[in-house]
Design a protein around this ligand. Sequence first.
Ligand SMILES: [Zn+2]
Length: 323
Amino acid sequence: MPFSPSTALPGKAGRLLFTCAIGSVCTVVLCNALHRSHAPAIDKDAPAVSLRRSPAPPAPAAPPPAPARTTASATVDQTFSDAAQSLGIDQGTIATLTEAFASTVDLRRDLRKGDTLRVVYDRPQDDEPLAVRLTTGSSSHDVFLYRDPSGEARYYAIDGKSTKPPISRYPVAFTRVSSDFSLRRLDPVTHRWQSHDGVDLAAPIGTPVRATAQGTVTFVGRQTGYGKVIMLENPPPYSTVYAHLSRFAKGIRNGGAVKRGQVIGYVGETGWATGPHLHYEVHVDDVAMDPLTVDLPGDERLHGEERQRFAKEAESLSAAFNG
Ligand SMILES: [Zn+2]
């Protein structure tokens, strides 16, 4: 479920209130050698922004016609999506491009009327632009489509870095996972089945808690059960929750932007927690997932031959922007 303050209460808080009481109990019960193996790391194997695309049809016998490279531009009047739509870009590609730009531009706040969107196609009827340049004020942001040998297409920055903002696995240097994510578990107090929408990461009070991905603060404050809690909206489709904090970091406010790795608060035991730990949640399209195993975009970039091929192509596409 979404984690806006309005939807998180009161049912949610009531449930979590319970959850973390269990979490603390589980700190004692579940603490075992298996849990000690978790170490802070970034998942490097997760996929980058990608366009789902069926495999390319077999090549025709005759040599394909030389691609007719064309450019088109639109001026932003209302939203990025409107401007892209006016260029005939389909909704799926618009969503992919929105993600691709998310690491460099806040499309809701940084875009002004009169900013421009420029695209390069191989043919005018192509839905997938080969390159897109978004000019906001005096700065330009470019993304380039690259198709790997298997035919999968993704957008990359000119330096070959994936445009999908990376997400770290762990928000805190923890000593152990004191309670795992679970869809259903038996509450020892009420003898009812409850879910635990996140993981409890045990750490000493005052341990810095870092944003696992860039994002916008959607809630900072107290909630029953959660105690002092921060909720972040991260690059779509992700959002994250950090609960039981002892205090918030300076400058963390509702609607504010945070960077990946930025300290946003400190481990505590506020709310319904009987021992110091961070209760951490990851939501994908507003559905709680296991933070320890959920697929997360890593710090991806093209290497070797692919990188060279991409660089050549990106250079020629850049020239098309300027030409
Ligand atoms: Zn918990």
